[in-house]
Write a protein that binds this ligand. Structure first.
Ligand code: COA
Length: 352
């Protein structure tokens, strides 16, 4: 009888350290409205956004992911040689082949570790955190580095009234590892492919290449031909969010074993400040429970938004390490993932 070995890891896991990187260039609503037919008042009122950050100069997804990870590793105090896997959540890495995680691992001096990307839109960080926690619980790795990084500005049509004002760039990372008490609840996650076209690239890769080929040599000045522009039907996403997310949040709290009164902070994906305030109200969280509002000056950074928002709250003192936070990522797919977590300590080197 052949017996194949199996592993069993550490059941209690937590985020041990966090780090982030915010691009230097800040774009105000007024600056954006030089090309977008909108106004500072409209954008702030509908989305809660005043500024967003876009990469410039030598900034890139690769550079931001590495910078955020260095800070997360430093904050965790973990020797990087002990990190057994790197998970990169992103939808905007410049190439599908090669994927980004091995390159980031190499840049971090961790060449050789298991390294893979997760593409789950704005829910990507929550998916990554879930996979990391399960890797550790199953014994596949002792420590896992989870990174959310996006350069949304590369796929943005700044003249599009539906998306031009929403998206920003940035990176956040956490080191996940064993802990005395459990700090990451079971994940509640799901998807709705039936509504997937509500947030999508304007062209798929085949259409894009056909178009580029047809336009070649025609002298076309269509600026969008060089980019895979993202379109969003905001009202459709809003309707989906209103039906799906309250149920998901209740389910996250229920399966976490804590009660709504135990939640110290609410850190949802930074898609829309108004949606987030509404979700808090519907959940019946206490008046004094702070809601992350990183979107105001960072915009919607998709898979990077939750770790960036956690970092902002820890750095500004709105939240403290060890507090109980409710997380929920949601967006393209359409997909979502949520957990109740214990927050890591504030980063040693903040991103701002
Ligand atoms: N600037 C100024 N006016 C605009 C505008 C813009 N950028 N975009 C639309 N408008 C106008 C419309 O023309 C319309 O005018 P009318 O009433 O005179 O016809 C009005 O504003 C309302 O347009 P609408 O498309 O209904 O906007 P909205 O209230 O749905 O707000 C979003 C747009 C994108 C802020 C909102 O739909 C939203 O947040 N959706 C969810 C997005 C989300 O969560 N995405 C997740 C991504 S991960």
């Amino acid at each position: 009888m052949v017996s194949i070995a199996s592993t069993r890891g550490h059941q209690n896991v937590s985020m041990l350290g966090i780090g982030a990187y915010r691009p230097k260039r800040l774009i105000s609503n007024d600056e954006l409205c030089e090309v977008l037919d909108s106004s500072d008042e409209w954008i702030y009122e509908r989305s809660g956004i005043r500024n967003r950050r876009w990469i410039s100069g030598d900034e890139s997804s690769r550079q931001m992911a590495v910078a955020a990870s260095e800070r997360a590793i430093q904050s965790s105090g973990i020797d990087r040689a002990e990190i057994g896997a790197v998970i990169l959540a992103t939808s905007t890495w410049k190439t599908l082949v090669p994927h980004g995680a091995p390159i980031v691992a190499h840049d971090l001096g961790m060449n050789g570790v298991a390294a893979f990307d997760i593409t789950a839109g704005c829910a990507g960080f929550g998916y990554g955190l879930s996979v990391a926690a399960d890797h550790i619980r199953a014994g596949s790795a002792k420590y896992v580095l989870v990174i959310g990084v996006e350069t949304m500005s590369l796929g943005l049509d700044p003249t599009d009234r539906g998306t031009g004002f929403i998206f920003g760039d940035g990176a956040g990372a956490v080191v996940v590892g064993p802990s005395e008490e459990n700090g990451i609840s079971p994940t509640v996650w799901g998807s709705d492919g039936e509504n997937s076209t509500a947030i999508s690239q304007e062209y798929d890769l085949v259409e894009y290449m056909d178009r580029a080929e047809r336009l070649q040599g025609t002298g076309s000045t269509d600026e969008k031909v060089g980019r895979l522009v993202i379109r969003m039907d905001g009202q459709r996403v809003f309707r989906w969010a209103a039906i799906t997310l309250p149920k998901a949040l209740r389910s996250v709290i229920e399966s976490s074993g804590v009660s709504a009164e135990d939640i110290d902070v609410f850190i949802p994906h930074q898609a829309n400040g108004r949606i987030n305030d509404l979700m808090k109200k519907n959940l019946g969280l206490g008046e004094g429970v702070p809601v992350a509002n990183d979107i105001e000056n960072t915009g919607n950074t998709s898979a990077a938004s939750i770790p960036l928002a956690i970092e902002e709250m820890l750095v500004t003192g709105k939240a403290k390490g060890g507090q109980i936070a409710l997380l929920l990522g949601f967006g393209a797919g359409l997909s979502y993932a949520g957990q109740v977590v214990k927050l890591p300590p504030a980063p040693v080197e903040p991103s701002f």
